[in-house]
Unconditional design. Structure first.
Length: 243
């Protein structure tokens, strides 16, 4: 199986910086965790990987909703794992490249993949690896910024670079905002569905979540947009490994 090549040293250094934002806010984490809790309802003892766990925020939000299940934080960054350990409990160093994740085929029941795919050079091989470690029918909970968010549609019409897209790791150019977070790829809801299906997953549900970076005056609109996932700020996808 083709593996994901590790990021170039400069990109690794960028992601290792603890000042780089790692999540789009607690609202996304709570919604994603609830989707996973709903998917695992009636089961006990499931093994859940938080792949790309960062500082452990998403796992910490999910833990109270997943009693009786085991959450393991996985990240390539030792610094991230040190910060995640107090929140997650069990952390493991692993990469989607360099030989893959340190888990056997079909060993886990669910994967949280929270705002990681947009940072990957080779997302195809990454999804191959996630599919490998998931049991048949296992759950993938993926979240990622939405290229077609309601405000991005207006920005593009005005000739402005859309939010979440970046042309440099050194600064923001041509779009609103001030934080550089290292996004390499962006998805619409349709593209994400097709991508997951082609990667051996069956999409169960697509939902939306708000983005904490939206100006305060526009946040009510951003919450309303979640009712139409294809226009929401953040895409939340529940998919299952096809048998």
């Amino acid at each position: 199986m083709t593996t994901v090549r590790p990021p170039a040293p400069g990109l690794r250094d960028f992601y290792e910086n603890p000042a780089v934002p790692v999540a789009s806010g607690d609202a996304r984490s709570r919604r994603q965790a609830q989707m996973l809790a709903d998917a695992l309802r009636g089961r006990t003892g499931a093994t859940v990987l938080d792949v790309g766990c960062g500082d452990g925020t998403a796992a910490a939000v999910a833990a109270p909703l997943l009693p009786g299940h085991r959450i393991i934080g996985v990240d390539w960054s030792q610094d991230a794992l040190r910060r995640a350990a107090p929140r997650v409990g069990t952390v493991v160093r692993g990469e989607l490249g360099d030989g893959g994740l340190p888990f056997a085929d079909g060993a886990v029941d669910a994967v949280l993949f929270s705002e990681v795919v947009e940072h990957l050079v080779d997302p195809d091989s990454a999804l191959d690896e996630l599919r490998r470690v998931l049991a048949p029918g296992g759950h993938l909970m993926l979240s990622t910024p939405n290229l077609a968010a309601w405000y991005n549609r207006a920005l593009l019409l005005a000739g402005v670079q859309p939010v979440f897209s970046e042309v440099s790791l050194r600064g923001i150019h041509g779009r609103p905002g001030s934080e550089v977070v290292g996004h390499l790829r962006l998805y619409t809801a349709r593209a994400l569905r097709e991508f997951l299906t082609a990667s051996g997953f069956r999409v169960v549900r697509v939902a939306g979540a708000p983005f904490h970076g939206v100006p305060r005056a526009l946040r009510p609109l951003d919450r309303l947009a979640c009712a139409v996932p294809s226009a929401a700020s953040i895409l939340l996808v529940h998919a299952r490994r096809a048998r």
